[in-house]
Structures are given as C-alpha cells and as structure tokens.
Design a protein around this ligand. Structure first.
Ligand SMILES: *Cc1c(COP(=O)(O)O)cnc(C)c1O
Length: 402
C-alpha cells in the first residue's frame, strides 16, 4: 500500500481533484450529469427536471424505438445476457454473424467485423494493420481512439492540419513511395461537425498509393440520402479501404465495427487482439444494432428530418450572432471562448431546461471552448426554436453576444 508520497501519480491525482472541487464549489460542474430518464429522443429527466435534449448522439432518435427494443428482448429470451467469452474459444453466436452481414450490406462492403466498442475498434484495427517502419497519417482533430491506435501501432505517426488537403499531400510526399502508409480521418468531426474533404482525400490516397481508413461515428444515419455515410454523400462508392463506425451513436446499442474487403476482414478476425482476447457484444445489443440498420432504411423520413432540423439549427444559431465554425451537420459548436464562458452558458441554458453540455480544453484547443449542441430527428421545429432562444438569451446575459 502506497502511503501517498508526493510522486507523479499523486500530482496528477491532485491536479484533477482540485479542478473538480473548484468547479463544484461554483456550481459549474457538468461532468457526468445524472440523467434519470430518457423521454423519447428529444427530452431527458435530469435531477427531477425535464429538459430538451441538445447533447445527444442518437442522431436519428432511435433510442427506445419499439422494433429495436423488441429485438433486444427477444434476443435475451433466446440467448440470455452473455456470450460465454471470446468468439474463437467459446463459439460465435449466429446473431453476431447476422449483425456483421447486415453492416457489410448497409456499408456497401464485402464483409464486416464487430468489436465491443468503437474506441477498441480503432485501437485494435490501426495497431493490427501497422507496425514499425510503416506510416500513419492522421488529421489533427481525429478522435482520441484513432490517436491512441496510431501510437500503439508503433508506426511513424504523422499529423496534418485539420482538413487541409495541401498539408496532407505534403505529408504523403515526405514518405518514401514504397513505404506502407495509412491515411486516417473522421468523416464528420465530433466536436466541430464539419465534413472531411473526402473527394480530395481519396484522390491523394490513390495518387500516393496510401490505404484509407475513415471513422464514420458521426456520419452513419447523418450523411447520404439513405444515411449510409460519406461514400453515399459524395456518390463515391468503393473509395474507402476500412470503413469504421460505432454502434453507440445513431445505432442505439454498443460496439464498433470495420467493413471492407473480405480478405482484409478475415485478416482482422484472425489477428486483431481485441477480437481474439475480448468477448463479443452481448446478444441483446447485437440484435438491437442489427435491427437499427433495418429501421434506418425502412424509415427514410428520419434522415430527411435530421437534415431539416440541422439546417434550422445551424442557420438559427448563426443568425443569432454565434460562431459555429464550419459545421454542416447536426453537431453545432456554439463557440464561447474561455472555459468559464462555456460553463456559464451551460448553467444558464440548463436553468431554463435546455440540456446542453460544454466542451473545454484539452478536448478542444484553449480559447475555443464551446457548447457542443446537437439536434436529432426526434426534435420538432418549435422546440428547436425555443432552445435557440434560450441559448441566445444566455449569450446576451453573460455578454457573449453584443
Ligand atoms: C464516439 C466515437 C468513437 C468511439 O466509439 P464508442 O463506441 O463510443 O467507443 C470513435 N470515433 C469517433 C469519431 C467517435 O465520435
């Protein structure tokens, strides 16, 4: 038992604990807000108060969908709640094979493999594909799970300025032409809502013979006429080698996947450590995820409504005088500047029952603290208008708006 000498562990512990204590003392602590109930896609119960939900990742409002709930319950009746262990050693449930086939079909790919989370998917896939002597070239604003996968792989880790294709090309030119290289980026950036310059990125990967991996956590159900993602959005089928996604956002379950060519997926199934040494998605979650992909295709109005709601929200927030950076999607950053301003905006909004949450450094660059506000297909136009008015009032009261 360490008796708390003042070492580096204790310095780290103290630093975080002091920040938490200070925030709590000022009623500005918004970490892990206690949500006691989800009421449809658009409302939540927080500490006994019903609020409009503007911090959701469930872009199509599928949480609680009757067909998805029924599939999960049925799977529990048939398979119980666990999977015995890893698929290679304990047997693979049909339900997992069916889910992977559904994902492959939805993503217009030959095959797909699932893992227990999106985070683990990026970690294990990047580090299974690459090793020492290889190169990985990553957008500077890529998700933490990508960054961690790149570091873990041992490959040379090169980063380029966010969404800057000239900077990407410079990086590609730095690497010798016969070296193995993987270019990797989010399709839609999780904190900014902007879309990667996909056509140019694909062109550069072809020109410099780089593999391309795209993280579609925020584009499935969001981009493309039928919600299939970025290839559909730009009408460029077959452009991505590794189409990665999560089952925890638009898909109301938990897990992650990669879709691609059969031989690549087969390789991952036999070589990626998160597949070989970690249990599969529980039956209820696998069944829920599978049906959710069907629901997206069967209820196309959801993608259309999300698009309309996003447009209303972006235009409304902008016209009220806020900076929303370069968003084109349901993720709308309301830039506040300092961390304090972001906390104050959150406090004012929540006191008027609009549930938004702040994102501060180090998750975003210092000075670009923001509300990361989102709309979903579950919101109605008048609710969105009301939420925007609340945010506007908050902005005026604390002097963010003139
Ligand atoms: C949420 C997210 C992940 C991780 O997904 P989980 O399934 O929640 O682990 C990966 N990449 C991006 C871009 C994300 O936003």
């Amino acid at each position: 038992m360490n008796n708390y000498v003042e070492d580096t562990i204790m310095q780290r512990v103290r630093y975080i604990n002091e920040r938490v204590a200070n925030a709590k003392a000022e009623d500005l602590y918004y970490y892990n807000q206690p949500v006691t109930e989800l009421r449809g896609g658009a409302r939540v119960l927080v500490k006994g108060r019903e609020m409009g939900m503007y911090a959701s990742y469930s872009y199509l409002g599928l949480i609680g969908h009757p067909r998805i709930n029924a599939a999960a319950k049925d799977a529990i009746d048939r398979f119980g709640t666990g999977t015995h262990g890893v698929r290679s050693l304990a047997g693979s449930l049909m339900i997992h094979d069916a889910l992977e086939e559904t994902i492959a079909e939805f993503k217009n790919a030959e095959a797909a493999i699932t893992y227990s989370s999106g985070y683990v998917t990026n970690l294990t896939v990047v580090s299974t594909l690459l090793g020492r002597g290889d190169y990985v070239i990553s957008d500077k604003l890529n998700h933490a799970s990508i960054v961690d996968g790149c570091l873990m792989s041992g490959a040379k880790f090169l980063r380029f300025r966010h969404n800057d294709m000239e900077a990407l090309e410079q990086r590609l030119q730095q690497v010798s032409s016969n070296a193995t290289k993987l270019v990797i980026a989010d399709s839609v950036f999780s904190m900014d809502g902007d879309v990667i310059d996909f056509p140019k990125m694909v062109e550069l990967c072809n020109k410099y013979r780089a593999w391309l991996m795209i993280d579609e956590a925020h584009s499935v159900g969001v981009l493309g006429k039928t919600g299939r993602g970025i290839e559909e959005h730009f009408d460029m089928p077959g452009s991505i080698d590794f189409k990665m996604g999560t089952l925890s956002k638009t898909i109301p379950s938990v897990g992650g996947y990669v879709a691609g060519k059969k031989e690549l997926i087969q390789y991952l199934r036999h070589a990626s450590r998160a597949y070989i040494f970690s249990a599969a998605i529980p039956p209820a979650q696998a069944a829920a995820a599978q049906v959710a992909f069907d629901v997206i295709l069967d209820e196309p109005w959801r993608v259309e409504k999300l698009n309309a709601n996003s447009k209303q929200f972006i235009e409304g927030i902008k016209s009220r005088g806020f900076d929303t950076l370069y968003t084109e999607t349901a993720i709308v950053p309301v830039v506040c500047g300092s961390d304090e301003t972001a906390f104050l905006m959150t406090q004012r909004a929540q006191h008027k029952d609009v549930f938004v949450l702040p994102v501060v450094s180090p998750a975003v660059p210092p000075g670009l603290a923001r509300l990361r506000a989102t709309v979903t297909a579950a919101h109605e136009a008048d609710e969105i208008e009301h939420a925007m008015n609340v945010i506007e009032t908050a902005g005026r009261e604390i002097g963010l708006l003139g």
